[in-house]
Design a protein around this ligand. Structure first.
Ligand code: COA
Length: 379
């Protein structure tokens, strides 16, 4: 029997701290008027020292599980799309899996910059359709504020922090994710990048890593306006639909002018697009699920709608998917369901704590089983 991948839960989390354009103008030579007219951004959220990509991802994931009304123990796979993980490894997804108590789930991170969420959703959909997983938690989570150079007015005004999550579940009922397009053009990799540890450096081992975002804004702008309309059309056609069938387009929020250009390119009214860049700036892989959550909350995304998610970013990468939004808003959780959920999360924390303790005790008591041979000393 054919399996279909349906989106059954969604949730978002953003830091409390708001940074307005006026706040930014105290850090770099800029002003509210320039930022608003060139980008559409009015403010963004910035993580405090206690908030991390992982903590935001956990919060968004827990909300999405509540909406889908499933327990963490039912999750088969956790995928986190991120470019701002705290660790090269372990994957943020593993930390989320542990924290929420998804004890039967596999977990990995996916790097496709701002297109990451669309890519991750595609991978989740394939896993569900082939039967290798039935319930997948897909998260886009970022603390971009830790990647930007706060002295570079060309980039620091654009980005913000946040996370969004979807639950993708298998079913025999037709619908859900209808089509998915993934594209990349690595020849544009040098227009938007952040260096990492694997890059050989002239000074040899070590040395300070300059991990701030480099961006050729004009080039990225040109690329984005070129591909947004084209890939949206591709995803719609691959789903056997026309643009007239589409009720709402939820694009990556990078610049309001890019979205306006896409609307012109598609000959569609701007009202068909979900735009909330004014509140959050560009939250990279988190921007699409955050925009979806707000679209659902505002009643702009309704049950039975046909929706397109479209993203683009470093790589260069881009992608889009057409979805039959057949998720019905769930009834509020009963008291019993809320208690079960809290108990499961509490138990997950306790289990994780105990496991860490046991691992430490074991390594003290048993030591290394194999004697470690000392390397021969040079004479
Ligand atoms: N505040 C005030 N002035 C600024 C400024 C800022 N934050 N940033 C640049 N300027 C100045 C420039 O120095 C330039 O001054 P000049 O004319 O005296 O030389 C002028 O404003 C115009 O700069 P320009 O770079 O041409 O602006 P722009 O209209 O191309 O907008 C971006 C710049 C970055 C907003 C725009 O190119 C963009 O959004 N690009 C895409 C970026 C993106 O989406 N990245 C993420 C992809 S996932």
């Amino acid at each position: 029997m054919t399996r279909y991948a349906h989106i059954t839960g969604w949730g978002m989390a953003v830091p409390e701290r708001v940074m307005t354009n006026d706040d930014l103008s105290k850090l770099v030579d800029t002003n509210d008027e320039w930022i608003r007219t060139r980008t559409g951004i009015k403010e963004r959220r910035i993580a405090d020292v206690k908030e991390t990509t992982t903590s935001l991802a956990i919060e968004a994931a827990q909300r999405a599980l509540e909406v889908a009304n499933i327990l963490p123990s039912e999750v088969d796979l956790v995928i986190v799309a991120t470019s701002s993980a705290e660790y090269i490894f372990p994957a943020t997804a593993s930390l989320v899996q542990d924290a929420i108590g998804a004890e039967k789930a596999g977990a990995f991170d996916l790097y496709a910059a701002c297109t990451g969420f669309v890519y991750a959703l595609n991978v989740a959909s394939q896993a569900v359709r082939t039967g290798s997983a039935n319930t997948v938690l897909v998260i886009g989570a970022e603390t971009m504020s830790r990647l930007v150079d706060w002295k570079d007015r060309g980039t620091c005004i654009l980005f913000g922090d946040g996370a969004g999550a979807f639950v993708v579940q298998g079913s025999d009922t037709a619908g859900g994710i209808l089509s998915s397009i993934m594209r990349s053009d690595g020849s544009g990799g040098d227009t938007l990048y952040v260096e990492s540890y694997g890059r050989p450096r002239a000074s040899g081992v070590g040395g300070l890593l300059n991990y701030a975002i480099y961006m050729d804004g004009k080039e990225v702008f040109r690329f984005a306006t070129r591909i947004m309309a084209a890939v949206t059309k591709e995803a719609v056609a691959a789903a056997g639909l026309t643009l007239q069938d589409i009720n709402i387009i939820i694009p990556h929020q990078a610049n309001r002018r890019i979205i306006e250009a896409a609307a012109r390119g598609l000959n569609q009214p701007e009202q068909k697009f979900m735009i909330n860049i004014e509140k959050y700036g560009n939250t990279s892989s988190a921007s699409i699920p955050i925009a979806e959550c707000e679209a659902a909350e505002r009643g702009k995304l309704k049950p039975n709608d046909r929706v397109v998610f479209v993203g683009f970013g470093a790589g260069l990468t881009w992608g889009a998917m057409a979805v039959h939004w057949d998720a019905t808003p769930p009834p509020p959780l009963t008291t019993w369901q809320q208690i079960t959920r809290r108990v499961q999360v509490g138990l997950a924390h306790a289990r994780s704590y105990v496991r860490r303790g046991v691992r430490k005790v074991e390594s003290r008591l048993l030591g290394s089983e194999e004697p470690i041979e000392k390397p021969p000393t040079k004479k």
